[in-house]
Design a protein around this ligand. Sequence first.
Ligand code: KG4
Ligand code: ZN
Length: 473
Amino acid sequence: MFFRSLPSLSFRFVVSPCASLISPPVRSLLPSSNPKFRSDSLLRLYSSSADTPPPAPVSSDNINNDDDESRRTQNKNANKNSKQNRRDNIGKAKAVDRGQYQNRYVHRPNNPLSGLPDTSKPFTVLGIETSCDDTGVAVVESTGKILGESIASQAGIHENFGGIVPGLAKEAHAANIQATIADALDKAGMDVRDVDAIAVTVGPGLEICLRVGCEAAKTLAIAHSKPFVGVHHLEAHILMSRLNSSLEFPFLSLLVSGGHCQLLRCDGIGSYEVIGGTLDDSLGEAYDKVARMLNLPVGGGGGPAVEALAKNGDPSVVKLPIPMQHRKDCDFSFAGLKNAFRMAVNKMKEIRGLEEGGDLAEQDKADLAASFQNVAIKHLEQRLKLAISNTKRDTPAIDKLVVVGGVAANKAIRESLSNICEANEWNFFVPEARLCTDNGVMAAWAGIEKINCNISDVPTTQEVFARYPFSNN
Ligand code: KG4
Ligand code: ZN
């Protein structure tokens, strides 16, 4: 569930060599005698610009009136430019998705920068995921066996705010990371010294949250001289479809999460081509907003609550428009549907004689939820049918679809997309529902997949990336 509150410009935080940046929470997992680590540097971990207090609010009294005219001209020009930009961008997916069109995320085969475990026999990877609101850690064996898994959910923390508050998420990650790592290791019956490598999500996501997991992983990898792998969060979602399955490359992937809605052609580890992205909101974001409009629980993402409610609703009661029906490309859009939904909620309140803040009856909410889900699924189906028909024409070797990301946990979506595959004689793959949303297993498994391609990274210089296109340049 990231990106919703991220600034539009990409921002990179360069981490200094982590021998001097030890996350306090992982201290007790470190060998106490290691001379590389000095306790006087502990406080430096959280002293980046992202933690600087926001500037004091500017009062209108303080604004110099002499500047008014030039400011008005500047604003006018800025508006003109932004209108022109909007016009230029009509019909193209929004920056975060569109930025990935021409790029390929190219891996570095046969260049394991921090060494590799012995891959001739089963090996284990400790995976850490803190890209958004849950602290996920797991120990996974290269055979696909999940040896130990732990998640510290932040659902209760963000519930009252109606969405994820990045600062609170970071604090919760920092508070929970040590216990979550210890718990996953404990469940695996292992000590950190026993694992063969350490993998961690390094982007995309909330930068201050990513950094907590990344510092923990770097610290452990250096302290225990373990091979280290930086994992791409979207790639990790995609690769979950290969955990304990017979799925081989190439295949088509529909990635539906809180931050993304993309169709990708997946040719191999590190080789992905985005063939469709969202023009505006992601599907997870739309589910979360619908949940908020219906006063449903949204702490851990509103999707599950909307799905549960939709089961009791009649989708024909409220008519909502299917987005972009006449467009012949594989892009998505959910902003129009979200606005139509808002209007439908207000209309329903008006019909029931409720004030704007009043709460609708359970059945009305269920009908609204069912209508939203029904139209969202129709939109996915239409884009997917087009993508499959294009793929059949251009790349007949591909006859498989995987659906991944948090929204892929949705049963109705799984069923409808599986039916489309069946009708097209395509194979359909989807991870176990609980492994669709963010978790530590995905980081560990992506680490395993990369190690199997002879890839590892340098822990001392690993950065985190709020925006992380499928490209390494
Ligand atoms: O992949 P994820 O855990 O985080 C991101 O990488 O963004 O996806 C979270 C999103 C949230 O928007 C959440 O509401 C949605 O996935 N989600 C669902 C369901 N479970 C989670 N949406 C619809 N139905 C579900 N059952
Ligand atoms: Zn995710």
